[in-house]
Design a protein around this ligand. Sequence first.
Ligand code: C2E
Ligand code: MG
Ligand code: MG
Ligand code: MG
Length: 282
Amino acid sequence: AAKAAGKGMFWMFSPDLEAGMQHAIRLEAGLKHSLQSGEGLFIFYQPIVDAATQTVSTREALLRWHHPEAGWVSPCEFIPIAERSGLIFQLGAHVLETACRDAAGWEDGARVAVNISPVQLGKGTLLQTVLNALTTSGLAPDRLEIEVTETAIMEGRGSVGDLRQLKAIGVQVALDDFGTGYSTFSALRAFAFDKIKIDGSFVRAAVEHADAAAIVRAICDLGKRLNVVTVAEGVETRAHFDRVLEEGCMEIQGYLFGRPAPAERDLSAIERLNKSPVSSAG
Ligand code: C2E
Ligand code: MG
Ligand code: MG
Ligand code: MG
C-alpha cells in the first residue's frame, strides 16, 4: 500500500514506523473495547499530604490500563492515543464519574484530584461532564479538584472559560507539572488557580542542586503571595521531604507517602491480570 501511494511517500513507511502505527491502532481498538466492557480500566489513587498536619488532604486519581496482549500500558502512551482518537471524552467522563463516586465514600473526607487533558478543555462541554459526575455521586463540588497543565491554558481562550465555569460551582483547579512548560508565568495570570503542583524534576534536584532549591523556594514564595497552595510532586525520600518543607511547600506527593494504589474492589481483578501470561509481541 505504501508503494502504491507513490515513490515520494515510500520513505514514510519504514518498517519501524509501520509497526508503531499498527501498535497504536491496536491500542486504540483495545481502549475502545475496554471503555465499552469496563474490562482492564482501573483508577489508582495516590495520597497528597498536608505538610503542617501530616494528614491526607487529597488523593490524585491516576488511570491504569491493562491490554489483553500488551499488558499494562502507561498513561503516557495511551492518553495521547485517546486524545488523537477522540476517546478521551468518554475516558475523561469515566474517570470523573468513578473518582467522584469513590471519593464520596472516603471516610476521611479527602478531596479527589482528577487530571484533565487539554483536548477536553475549550469545547464548552466540561462543565456538564463534571456536573454529571458530582450529581450522580453526591460529592460536594469543593471536594473535587481538576488538574490541568499549562499547555491546556495556553491553547486558546475557551480553556480558561471552561475553568472559570468549574470554579464558579466551587470546584478547585490545580496547575500541574509547574515549571516544565514554556509559558508558566502567563498561565498563572490567565487563571486564578487554587493550587500549583511543582514538577517532581525540580523537587528531586533540589536536594543536591542549589539552583533547583532556589526555584522551588521562589515558587513557594510566589504561591504565598498569590494565595495559592503549593504542592511538591515526586517526593521519594526523607531528604526530598526535608528540603521541600524547608523551601516552604505546603503539600507533599510522592512515593515517600504512598504509591498510586488500586481501590479495594479492584484488588483481585488486578492480581488475576498480573498472573495471566502476557505476550509482549507488538
Ligand atoms: P501527573 O498528573 O503529573 O501524575 C503524576 C505522575 O507521577 C504519576 O505517573 C505518578 O504515578 C507519578 N509519581 C507519583 N509520585 C512519584 C514519585 O515519588 N516519583 C516518581 N518518579 N513518580 C511519581 P503516572 O500515573 O504514570 O501518570 C503519568 C501522567 O499521565 C500523569 O502525570 C497525567 O498527566 C497522565 N494521566 C494519568 N491519569 C490520567 C487521567 O485520568 N486523565 C488524563 N488526562 N491524564 C492522566
Ligand atoms: Mg496530575
Ligand atoms: Mg503532575
Ligand atoms: Mg507529571
